[in-house]
Write a protein that binds this ligand. Structure first.
Ligand code: UDX
Length: 442
């Protein structure tokens, strides 16, 4: 099948490449000429495991272009995979979706199906179909279907090639059949529903996961107060298949391109319909507070943070990606900078992007050891494997005062038992905390 994909971000590019892997002729369209030039050299503009290999393997079936006229006028199916970022008021910004819709409307010369993969508020697909009706040439019909994407960054290729489910939102049988044909070689449960339900499935899924994380984070905070251990608590809960053992990892809060924006967007959307989603509101509030707990903990060890040297391990919102969107580091590091701390940061892939936002005021280190050298406190924001594998004795070997505040529970408590390192993690007892008086004013 001849497919065009609008947008070459995580959703668009990965979708396009995986559809090519399944035998379709795919044209990936973007307005960004620099990105297109990179992809034409076989280079992926995003860091995603296995993506460049698939781009290379399927290069005969893949084309990258800014020429949307050609792409949209010849395609049987056009996927929209552009971003729907957050507006200031929390609602979803649909300007990129509508800008692609305008380009499609101007250029289609035959009936076609437009498939919306971008996460859009409930009712958008219906409105888009009317939008096309009002704009395309006489005699042509553009059918709109919803087909939400559930990929996670870092595992995007795997998640797309082997999806947990394929959701098709359409009221037209023949459109459903076209999409079934697109996905005929994928093995996954398939649900065909109406467009609004498909759009809702996406928000309901993401927001449920965000809620689950905020819930376990609150339980972790309570564990700290009463002396319970969140790792054991989560393991114990996870044996119940109704709860499940995934997404029960307590930490300093969720980030990324989806959970923060999709929780706010659904909350805004419900409010717009005069309905207050109390659970989602709570998930958002808990997450905002969770991100600030590291600084509060730091102040337990040092009443004054001013002038301290702080090691920062991990900058990205999670491992396996160079994406910084809504990363807890972005909230905490400016506070440390305001306190005139000397920041020594290490991240295996995120430093370049961080440097673009903060070119001054941070020492970007090539090794973890360099970041730890002569520091007064270490904060771990991302659970990179390199951090988890580190011999913990290095904290006392390199740091001036070995205090580690771990926002991702990278280690077992026992690893710190016979050391002089103060280890303060999430939802667990502080190891060697009794010595902390010696370091500052509690
Ligand atoms: C998420 C969804 O998983 C995906 O299905 C959806 O399509 C897009 O949003 P992503 O944002 O790439 O994907 O990452 P994910 O692995 O879900 O992690 C999101 C955030 O939650 C990260 O900051 C991560 O550290 C945090 N998280 C995740 C936790 O704090 N605890 C957990 O148990 C799981």
């Amino acid at each position: 099948m001849k497919i065009a994909v609008a947008g070459t971000g995580y959703v668009g590019l990965v979708t396009g490449v995986c559809l090519a892997e399944n035998g379709h002729e795919v044209t990936c369209v973007d307005v960004d000429e620099a990105k297109i030039a990179l992809m034409n050299q076989g280079i992926s503009p995003i860091y995603e495991d296995g993506l460049e290999e698939l781009m290379q393997k399927n290069k005969q079936r893949l084309c990258y272009t800014t020429d949307y006229m050609q792409a949209y006028s010849t395609a049987d199916v056009i996927f929209i995979g552009v971003g729907t970022p957050e507006k200031r008021d929390g609602s979803a910004n649909l300007k990129y979706v509508y800008s692609v819709a305008d380009q499609i409307a101007e250029n289609v010369v035959k009936d076609c199906v437009v498939v919306v993969k971008s996460t859009v508020p409930i009712g958008t697909n219906d409105r888009l179909e009317v939008y096309f009706e009002e704009r395309v040439r006489a005699g042509i019909r553009v059918f709109v279907a919803s087909n939400p994407e559930f990929l996670a960054q870092g595992t995007a290729v795997k998640d797309t090639l082997y999806p947990s489910r394929i959701i098709i939102g359409t009221e037209e049988d023949f459109v459903a059949n076209i999409l079934k044909k697109v996905y005929q070689d994928f093995s996954a449960p398939l649900l065909i529903t109406n467009r609004k339900s498909a759009e809702m499935i996406k928000y309901a899924s993401n927001d449920f996961l965000a809620l689950k994380i905020s819930y376990i984070n609150e339980i972790a905070n309570l564990c700290e107060l009463v002396g319970a251990d969140i790792e054991d608590v989560a393991t114990g809960m996870g044996f119940d298949s109704r709860i499940g053992n995934k997404f029960l990892h307590a930490g300093i809060g969720y980030g990324g391109s989806c959970f923060p924006k999709d929780t706010k967007a659904l909350h805004w959307f419900a409010n717009f319909h005069d309905y207050e989603m109390k659970t989602i509101k709570a998930a958002i509030e808990v997450n905002d507070n969770q991100k600030l707990r590291m600084i509060k903990k730091a102040r337990k060890f040092y009443r004054e943070l001013k002038g301290l040297t702080i090691s920062v391990l991990g900058l990205t919102f999670k491992p396996g990606t160079d994406d910084l969107r809504e990363a807890p580091s972005l909230v905490n590091i400016p506070i440390l900078m305001d306190e005139e701390c000397k920041i020594q940061a290490w991240d295996p892939v995120g430093s370049e992007n961080f440097k673009k936002r903060f070119p001054e005021g941070i020492v970007y280190c090539d090794t973890i050891e360099e970041a730890l050298t002569n520091s007064d406190l270490c904060m771990i924001f991302t659970d990179w494997e390199e951090i988890k594998r580190l011999d913990v004795h290095k904290y006392s070997e390199y740091m001036r005062k070995p205090i580690v505040i771990d926002g991702r529970n990278c280690y077992h408590l026992e690893q710190f038992e016979d050391t002089d390192i103060i280890y303060d993690s999430v939802g667990r007892r502080i190891v060697n905390g009794a010595h902390s008086i010696g370091y500052g004013v509690m």
